[in-house]
Design a protein around this ligand. Structure first.
Ligand code: SF4
Ligand code: SF4
Length: 109
């Protein structure tokens, strides 16, 4: 993998808030988990992912409701597990998210 990521997720939420609801035009999309479907009616911010919540304990961070550790083991959201669990993987993923605390360096193979 030429791009090597370092850092951590500070839970700023910029990516999940500004990448949009992945299923906004497909409410019957079978890939929408029960958690996502139930969440849709309670979106805290328009166009944000349905699993993003701003109701963290100190109010300054966000949380993904389908994330490992947020639900019992094995019940993580499939949308999260199919992509977000590894994202971001290249610098372009975060170029529009200035608060992101990940960084990348290119390493020749
Ligand atoms: S599933 Fe979680 S990590 Fe992925 S976009 Fe939604 S809130 Fe963010
Ligand atoms: S923009 Fe970066 S630091 Fe912020 S929530 Fe997304 S991955 Fe985490």
């Amino acid at each position: 993998m030429p791009w090597v990521r370092s850092g951590y997720c500070c839970q700023c939420g910029e990516c999940c808030e500004n990448s949009g609801n992945p299923f906004i035009h497909g409410e019957e999309d079978p890939r929408r988990s029960v958690l996502m479907r139930e969440r849709t009616t309670k979106l805290e911010r328009p166009n944000a992912c349905p699993l993003l919540t701003f109701n963290t304990t100190d109010g300054s961070r966000t949380a993904c409701l389908g994330h490992i550790g947020m639900v019992p083991e094995g019940e993580e959201d499939p949308y999260y597990m199919s992509g977000c669990i590894e994202w971001p993987t290249v610098p372009g993923h975060i170029e529009n998210f200035p608060s992101c605390t990940y960084s990348f360096v290119w390493e020749d193979e």
